[in-house]
Design a protein around this ligand. Sequence first.
Ligand SMILES: [Zn+2]
Length: 117
Amino acid sequence: MAWDKYKTSLLEEKSKLEKELSLIATKNPEHPGEWDVKAPDMNPMVSDQSELADMFEELETQTGLEAQLEERLKHVNGALKRIEENKFGKCSVCGKEIEEKRLDANPFAETCMEHME
Ligand SMILES: [Zn+2]
C-alpha cells in the first residue's frame, strides 16, 4: 500500500502545528521536539488585580493549548517516523494492517479499530 497520501497530509499537519506552536511557544533547545510556552508580557507596573488575573488566565490557557499542540505534533512525528521505518499502518497491539478508513480519519492512528482506546 502506498503511504504517500498520508505522508503528504502528515507533513502538512506538521507544518501547521509547528506554525501554531511558534506563536505561543519557543522550541526547547535542550530537548528537541519539546516546546516551552512563551510567558505573556507581564507588566510589573500592573497593580490592578483583575488585570493580573487576566494575565495568569491567559498563561494557563496557552499552557493547555501548547500541551495539546505538542502532543499532536508528537503523534504526527511518530507516524512520519513509522513511514520511514516501514512500520506505518500496522497495529501496535496485534501487528495487523490498520483499516484504510481508520487511517483516512486519523493518519497517525497506531492501532487497528479493534484495539483503539
Ligand atoms: Zn490490533
